[in-house]
Ligand binder design. Sequence first.
Ligand code: SF4
Length: 281
Amino acid sequence: MKEKIFLCSICNINSGTCKEDCKFCSQSVRYKADIPRYKQKAIEDIIQEAKIARDNGALGFCLVTADKGLNDKTLEFVCNTAKAVNKEVPELRLIACNGTATLEQLHTLKEAGVKAYNHNLETSKEFYPQICTTHSWDERYETCQNVNKAGLILISGGIFGLGESQEDRVSMLRSLESLNPTSVPINFYHHNEALELFPNPLDVEEALDLISLTREMIPNADRIMVAGGRELMFGARQEEIFSRGANSIVIGNYLTTNGRAMSQDLQMLAALDLDVAKKVN
Ligand code: SF4
């Protein structure tokens, strides 16, 4: 049977307002990166983006907020947005990505029509204190456990190219596997000059090997998704990600960086004779 590729689109419904100090993140207010910053995107604009994503074959649509976690106001905004998008664009599977979340908050999102929750471990437990000092890796792991307890689909992955060792990568993948995620988004660090981190040191071969390693170490995940940094990391060799185990990609723009035109990705998949998934289990 031919492999079907799951397409997902992400929508930054609140941007650049986070007080945490994650060293890879241009959305932290601490680093003063030159990015758009706003509290709440207009719901009509979000619906419009959802329609464009659907029309380009996306099945997943992710509502992302830039903050450590949910407060009452953000939760209400995400729920209202979810209800509005579900009403206007019911073909999409709604994903929320809103940082640390309690079981109760996750139940509230589920009641509002959210089907899945994305919360990445980012890197290994051991390396995490070197990239973030304002919250702990354990909090991240606990939110992922809460997602499973709430009966939402768990989407959890991480980011490579932060200066972590190979042992850190293996450790993160082992931790991810223990959470039994349905989808594992892997990101490749996209350097912004406002950030303190050194640029991503990985070369294309190493990055492709990391996709294979992710597939090998998390065999039960339905999807290995190549998310942020794809174009920058793989350039003209992007199509090789699929033969290394990826079966999902983010189309369109990322949170604070541009992706390529959605039509280019559709053309790439057609040229590889790969079908776009039309439904998910
Ligand atoms: S908590 Fe999330 S939004 Fe905030 S700085 Fe860290 S990665 Fe960025």
